[in-house]
Design a protein around this ligand. Sequence first.
Ligand SMILES: *Cc1c(COP(=O)(O)O)cnc(C)c1O
Length: 227
Amino acid sequence: MDACRRLEEVKEKIIKACERSQRKPEDVLLLGASKGVQPAKIREYYQCGLTVLGENRVQEFLRKYEELKDLHIDWHFIGRLQSNKVKYVMDKVSLIHSLDRESLAHEINKRAQVLGKVQEVLIEVNVGNEESKGGLKMEDLLSFYERALTFKNLKVVGLMCVPPYKEEPNQVKPYFEKLRKLKEKLEWEFSVKLKHLSMGMSHDFEVAIQEGATIVRIGTLLFGKRA
Ligand SMILES: *Cc1c(COP(=O)(O)O)cnc(C)c1O
């Protein structure tokens, strides 16, 4: 199947999921999770209208960024980020989805200051309490957010999660609901409005949209199986 067809099919599914939950399709951003996808293929999708992409690994991202420099891609960083790599991505991404510790916040803030920008970030929350995964512990979220407010060149604009994998997408629902409630809690406690809930991947984005996702990160369903 060609790129444009695939993209249209995914968009159609997003629209249908929005209709089922009385949400506006323009409130859900489709991010192509492009790890493992070759630049030539990304280019095809871009020409079909996919302009927001998320990468997981710094080296891979930098290579693609250079190769695709002529396009107006809105790059996000969605993978685990080591503090010593922050400097390489900061001038190239509009949103970092994976802030999960104070040392990283400190580094992002420092680099943003150097660049004279305010870096928008999402706090990644480990909603399944999984040892193997990144993300902040749920119980640390309020204090961490409060701390993040003191960094002048870093702005938290929402939350992100990668929940445990479940065969049945509906079983992931409680985790998405949890993330939404955590966002509402922050908004209530700090009298702020947080724009984003980055949740839902190929397997479960329809459920995530039901629970309020504003960014869905889709890889396999768009680009096919990774090598
Ligand atoms: C790979 C990846 C995705 C996309 O996963 P698919 O199941 O291929 O859609 C989304 N988010 C993150 C953080 C990823 O690493």
